[in-house]
Design a protein around this ligand. Structure first.
Ligand code: ADP
Ligand code: MG
Length: 208
């Protein structure tokens, strides 16, 4: 079972990954966007870390941790990715409710609901060269396998955006000129999934 600490550790690991890769995310957003994806997410996740550090975790079960993180992203990230990632985490958090601990199967179902909410909000379909191209294969992989496999699927999904034509978001303004570039949002989604996999390995290794 996964408790509130696990979810805060996930968000902290995600923040660390965004800190590490912010420049790369912004570089990816330069040819097919407005060169702000890394700085957008950095501002958002640093605020998430601060919000969770200030929260009373004993009174903040897993679902509330994700909802707080999602709300914080929505209120601090200016770009399209803020409301989308915020919706992912808020929706997943609502799905988990107020249970003090959740199973891996409950987490998988919650992420599934979160990704569906992202698709609804953004109106993107698979292959539109967005974060969904990493998120959808990840939640599919999670159904039959481990968090590591989900992170691998997200990495592959992000790489597979390179030859695609963008059909949503700023990159879509470029039409065919968006071909040959990896989608920044799919890349950051892969970071979030890798952070989850790393935290799960640590938690399971500790015999928790
Ligand atoms: P902005 O495009 O407003 O500058 P960001 O640069 O932070 O916002 O994020 C861009 C990323 O957001 C894209 O790489 C893409 O993955 C994702 N994105 C944009 N629009 C959509 C959408 N409608 N549905 C899903 N993802 C989207
Ligand atoms: Mg941008």
């Amino acid at each position: 079972m996964r408790d509130a600490d696990f979810f805060r550790d996930w968000m902290d690991a995600a923040t660390a990954a965004v800190e590490r890769d912010a420049d790369r995310l912004t570089e990816l957003d330069s040819p097919i966007g407005d060169a702000d994806h890394g700085s957008n997410l950095l501002r958002g996740f640093v605020a998430v870390r601060a919000a969770l550090a200030a929260a009373d975790l004993a009174a903040t079960p897993p679902g509330r941790v994700l909802q707080l993180a999602g709300r914080t992203l929505i209120s601090t990230v200016g770009g399209a990715s803020g409301p989308l990632y915020g919706t992912l985490l808020r929706r997943a958090g609502k799905e988990l409710g107020d249970a003090p601990e959740v199973s891996d199967e409950q987490l998988r179902a919650a992420l599934d609901a979160g990704v569906e909410a992202v698709a609804r909000l953004g109106g993107a379909a698979p292959g539109d060269k967005t974060m969904l191209d990493a998120l959808l294969p990840a939640v599919t992989a999670l159904g039959g396998s481990s968090y590591g496999a989900a992170a691998d699927a997200a990495d592959e999904g992000a790489l597979a955006t390179v030859p695609l034509i963008a059909r949503k978001g700023r990159a879509s303004y470029l039409g065919e000129r968006s071909v040959g570039h990896q989608d920044p949002g799919a890349t950051s989604s892969a970071l979030l999934l890798r952070a989850l996999a790393d935290v799960a390995v640590r938690a399971d290794g500790a015999g928790a």
